[in-house]
Write a protein that binds this ligand. Sequence first.
Ligand SMILES: *[C@@H]1O[C@H](CO)[C@@H](O)[C@H](O)[C@H]1NC(C)=O
Ligand SMILES: *[C@@H]1O[C@H](CO)[C@@H](O)[C@H](O)[C@H]1NC(C)=O
Length: 370
Amino acid sequence: MGFTMGLNLVLLFAMVATNILSLYHLSSTLQSKPPAPPPVPDHLIHQLRTIRATINHLTHLHPSAAATKPTKPTIPSELLLYTRISPIASSCRNHPDLLHQYMNYTPFTLCPLDNDLAETLILRGCHPLPRRRCFAQTQPNAATSLPTNPFLPLPDNANIWNKYTCKSFTCLSRFNIDLGFDMKVEKLKFVTYKSDLDLPIQQLLQLAKSSHSVLRLALDIGGGTGTFAAQMKLQNVTVLTTTMNLGAPYNEAAALRGLVPLHVPLQQRLPVFDGVLDLVRCGHAVNRWIPVTAMEFLFYDVDRVLRSGGYFWLDHFFSKGVDLEKVYAPLIGKLGYKKVKWAVGNKTDSSGVKNGEVYLTALLQKPVSK
Ligand SMILES: *[C@@H]1O[C@H](CO)[C@@H](O)[C@H](O)[C@H]1NC(C)=O
Ligand SMILES: *[C@@H]1O[C@H](CO)[C@@H](O)[C@H](O)[C@H]1NC(C)=O
């Protein structure tokens, strides 16, 4: 057992080393003069990270892959060509098998139906993904009228359902009414006040108005099917929504509602310029599962895109009660924003009770002097 394990690790190391070499070879052919060799510690750290990522990847995604005899990967010709045109994210190199699979297609024909693979790569930091020269598969039933109301039932025939067990939006709602696909449910979100953790849109607009501020343009981070953007659209406010698909067609649903879905993972720099937004909202997706340092980068990126006097809304952020006090409140405090609203309440679902978690809903205003 121990011997096999050891052998597997040696083989794994050999495979990783081969990949590093081939990728290094790949990158070194891109530059006119070879780059100076990196200092040894960095290189070692990089190798260790790659190995750790590969082990994680192999054990999580393909439990049997570690046992198969490694072979030298062949790099798809489309990937070779693309890397001569444009750099690709360094994290892509930690997942050569996935990347090769993604770039292994026949150019100028229909692309494979592999959105899951694309998202898997993006979520592992391979973002932006390399471009491909193929035709993405689309549903021929396009919308024929302007979506004046973003709460109309979603048309099933405008989506590609192949990879889902469900074949309709109603089916997804039956599975879980709260996923964001039942418009009767969505219509009621962000408009009512049930506890201090809620901030209905009318109250939000009123708070902005009373400080002589106006909300025109906002970003909703991890916004699912775009319901916040939909409610704000009724108030003539434009909201961009970052959303991933994670097992259901959230991006497609937002688009069908006439809302802008940005297919952007949490770790990516926000794709807007400095100081252009009036409001950034972080929903449930931003919570204690994000490593603190990553969260700090996220918060400062929010600060970057907010205009002075703009608002940062943490909506039902959750963490352990003790961490809110010791970690997150000080982290938020470092931004130096004015606390327009700060409400904390117990998270009363089973995992919340088990872990002693609390919710924080905070509306923070960026100082005008900054
Ligand atoms: C939004 O704009 C439309 C068209 O200008 C206007 O009729 C409507 O009253 C506005 N709604 C709000 C809530 O301001
Ligand atoms: C919240 O939970 C803590 C224990 O985790 C308890 O002591 C406290 O009374 C609760 N607060 C409310 C308002 O329920």
